[in-house]
Design a protein around this ligand. Structure first.
Ligand code: ADP
Length: 477
């Protein structure tokens, strides 16, 4: 029972309540008892002094004996005390206690005054004591009785301390009630708090189990603005990310199968035809050549996929060096000349400066080829393709502009995802696997660069990538 949050909270709060109450109780009872004892002592001393004054006046003949006895009775009643007057000499007229010093000292000693205390009273001091034994629990005060400036005896007052102990007992009872109420409050609070803490945790544990089984839709609904709310938000975010990863994984498998299925069935058809000798010699040569080019395409696709996977995992080692991008662009344009000629495309170069970048030349070439291939692919016959290099903020921007169909704005952020194609109906044999831009983006990132596109439907597209410029101090890299 005490292993859960409820039990732990309950134990902790009860422990804290008990410790605090015990400390408070100790302090309170100590101060309370001291205060009451001091008050009682003060009251008894005052009463004793009043009596000695009256006794003195009686001895001087100013008041009648009955006045003194009335006062004695009244005070004894008021303070619930036993009062005795002990004159040292018998001729003072207080007959009742007329046995002198011996009787006085015997009485006081009986009443727990020590000989030192008696000596102090006789020296004119007021002495008060609380008998130390708890079962007697009596306060005794002895006030010197003076006549004409001389101590002639004493007045002793004894009053039980039960009013003080009763007050302490009331305090203890009150504390017990407080402890019970506090314990009840602790149980209620522990219940609510444990519910408050454990509900989101249980929800998260349920959701985690669901996620483990592949169900990412389970959400944790904690709306509080505290750490638990933040944990729930992070959990939901994590579930969302996992869902995305899972979705990407499924899409990837679907895309790969889709990309491979058509060429594979074509190749298998050709091989079947060759095996069955169903082709004429001319057809066989034509289909085998086509099958070989399909194999080459599939090979290229597999290589691209592996390359992308390595780039995504940071497994690609770049041979960075000082690279003249313009030279690379010219190289690629020369290689692509047949494609330009075939579509009667016209390249326009916009080279203002001659920038050097810090990059892997083969990889930069690959990026230029990817963008240029797309520009050629999406340009109509007799179109213009502009290629340029600009410099800004320590970066060289290589851009390629075509006047093709353009890309809808809402799709522009997705074209960098692998296998994404704006024209979903395009068949694999029409070229393009949808990996070129993804590889270009990863390559730019690997070089601490960026990529981007500006495109408008019907106006064409400008694709660019940016690479850090080579700095003179990097010549030893
Ligand atoms: P693909 O091999 O299909 O060209 P990419 O990753 O290079 O793959 O491009 C992804 C998609 O982006 C393309 O399928 C196409 O829809 C769109 N795209 C890329 N370049 C251009 C361009 N120059 N003009 C219009 N659309 C483009």
């Amino acid at each position: 029972m005490f292993k859960g949050i409820f039990g732990r909270l309950l134990l902790t709060s009860l422990g804290v309540i008990l410790i605090i109450t015990a400390i408070l109780l100790l302090l309170l009872s100590y101060t309370y008892t001291n205060f009451y004892t001091a008050e009682k002592e003060k009251r008894l001393t005052t009463a004793g002094k009043e009596i000695t004054n009256l006794a003195e006046r009686y001895l001087q003949g100013e008041i009648a004996k009955s006045d003194l006895t009335d006062k004695l009775k009244g005070t004894a009643h008021k303070h619930d005390s036993e009062i005795s007057i002990f004159p040292l000499e018998t001729n003072l007229g207080i007959e009742k206690n007329a046995e002198g010093l011996k009787r006085f000292t015997t009485h006081l000693t009986n009443d727990y005054f020590s000989s030192t205390d008696i000596a102090r009273v006789l020296a004119g001091e007021t002495v008060s004591k609380v008998t130390p034994e708890p079962e007697i629990n009596l306060m005794s005060v002895a006030v010197p009785l003076k006549f004409e400036g001389k101590v002639i005896g004493g007045v002793s007052l004894h009053s039980p301390m039960y009013d003080v102990t009763a007050a302490s007992a009331r305090l203890y009872r009150l504390s017990a009630v407080i402890i019970v109420i506090a314990a009840l409050v602790a149980i209620i609070l522990a219940y609510f708090f444990s519910d408050y803490f454990s509900r989101p945790l249980q929800q998260m544990s349920r959701a985690a189990l669901q996620i483990a089984q592949g169900n990412f839709s389970e959400k944790v609904t904690v709306k509080t603005k505290d750490e638990l709310g933040a944990l729930a938000d992070s959990f939901n975010h994590m579930a969302g990310q996992l869902a995305k990863v899972e979705k990407t994984r499924r899409e990837l498998i679907a895309n790969i199968s889709h990309e491979l299925r058509t060429p594979m069935s074509f190749i298998s058809g050709v091989l079947q035809g060759v095996n069955d000798a169903t082709f004429s010699d001319r057809d066989r040569e034509k289909y085998v050549t086509l099958a070989l080019s399909e194999i080459e395409r599939v090979n290229g696709l597999i290589n691209d996929m592996l390359d992308l996977a390595r780039l995504e995992h940071g497994d690609v080692k770049l041979e960075r060096q000082k690279v003249n991008v313009q030279e690379l662009i010219l190289e690629v344009l020369a290689e692509k000349e047949p494609d330009f000629l075939q579509k009667k495309l016209e390249p326009h170069l916009h080279f203002k400066e001659d920038p050097y970048v810090l990059a892997d030349p083969n990889r930069v070439k690959q990026m230029i080829i990817n963008l240029l291939d797309n520009a050629i692919k999406f340009s109509g016959q007799h179109s213009l393709i502009q290629v340029g290099v600009d410099i800004a903020d320590g970066m060289a921007e290589v851009w390629i502009k075509d006047f093709g169909p353009g890309i809808p704005e809402e799709e522009q952020e997705y074209i960098w995802d692998r296998f994404y194609k704006v024209d979903k109906t395009r068949k694999p044999e029409q070229g393009g696997s949808g990996l070129g831009l993804a590889i270009t983006k990863m390559l730019a990132y690997a070089h601490n660069g960026t990529v981007g596109v500006k495109s408008e439907i019907g106006q064409g597209s400008t694709f660019y990538f940016m690479l850090p410029l080579w700095q003179a101090e990097e010549r030893w890299c």
